[in-house]
Design a protein. Structure first.
Ligand SMILES: CCCCCCCCCCCCCC(=O)SCCNC(=O)CCNC(=O)[C@H](O)C(C)(C)COP(=O)(O)OP(=O)(O)OC[C@H]1O[C@@H](n2cnc3c(N)ncnc32)[C@H](O)[C@@H]1OP(=O)(O)O
Length: 207
């Protein structure tokens, strides 16, 4: 999981600068992570006939191409593209925000095949991953540096793979540095999962 950082104009500028420095256009980076999501979904769905040896050779070649570009965390782009709906990362299920305010967030979520647990249901660990992401949007919109202290998830029904789902999150209560939030994931009228979380605003100097 990631720590949250204040989103303000200087931070945004530095993120844009990171991409320019890396020679990555806005559209180019978006297309790359989208292609990577598609690839991961297809890896997950591949049957025994897939040409695994050739793919492994190709993948190894791409890995070797990327290896010299490794940079320290402060200069990385993955997950730092706050101008893109998925932050330019593939670690979490897709979340496309429709609305993000300081008190709530709402959007469309989709679990690709990559997140399958079994029998059409998303992996149980992927559901809180989505909630943490969505709640993170609300906390970030408040301009806070905060971290998840707990995230309790109740699984009400299976979370289906490959469908557009609705996810909603809200701030229920604030007490000093503590933010109590709740979130809900639904498939049409059916609630798939609910979550209660505590985010704690970091003390000055906390890593
Ligand atoms: C443009 C928009 C883009 C949006 C992008 C979105 C990006 C999304 C990115 C994804 C986002 C992902 C985000 C992530 O995933 S963040 C990564 C996952 N989380 C962590 O790694 C956190 C690890 N833990 C810590 O760092 C510390 O323990 C924290 C910072 C949480 C508190 O340590 P700190 O030393 O600061 O505080 P304190 O210990 O004095 O406690 C303070 C108060 O809190 C209460 N308390 C603490 N813990 C618990 C607990 N477990 N249950 C109940 N209560 C708890 C405590 O009793 C006390 O209450 P009170 O006595 O004051 O009443």
């Amino acid at each position: 999981m990631l720590a949250l950082f204040r989103v303000d104009p200087p931070a945004t500028r530095s993120r844009e600068a990171k991409c320019q420095h890396a020679g990555m256009s806005v559209d180019g980076y978006r297309a790359m992570t989208s292609a990577l999501r598609d690839f991961l979904d297809l890896v997950a769905t591949a049957g025994p006939g897939a040409d695994v040896d050739a793919l492994t050779t190709d993948l190894r070649r791409w890995t070797d191409r990327l290896a010299p570009h490794r940079v320290d965390e402060s200069r990385r782009v993955f997950g730092e593209r706050f101008d893109l709906p998925d932050r330019g990362q593939t670690m979490t299920p897709l979340f496309v925000p429709r609305l993000v305010t300081t008190v709530r967030a709402e959007g469309v979520a989709r679990f690709g095949e990559y997140f399958l647990g079994s029998n059409g249901a998303a992996h149980g660990g992927a559901v809180p991953l989505l909630f943490d992401e969505v709640l993170g949007h609300v906390v970030l919109a408040r301009g806070l540096r905060a971290r998840t202290a707990y995230l309790h998830t109740e699984y009400r029904a299976i979370t289906p793979i490959g469908r557009d789902l609705t996810v909603r999150a809200r701030v229920d209560r604030v007490s000093g540095r503590k933010l109590f939030l709740t979130a809900e994931l639904s498939d049409g009228d059916a609630v798939c999962a609910e979550s209660e979380a505590l985010f704690v605003e970091l003390r000055d100097g906390a890593p």
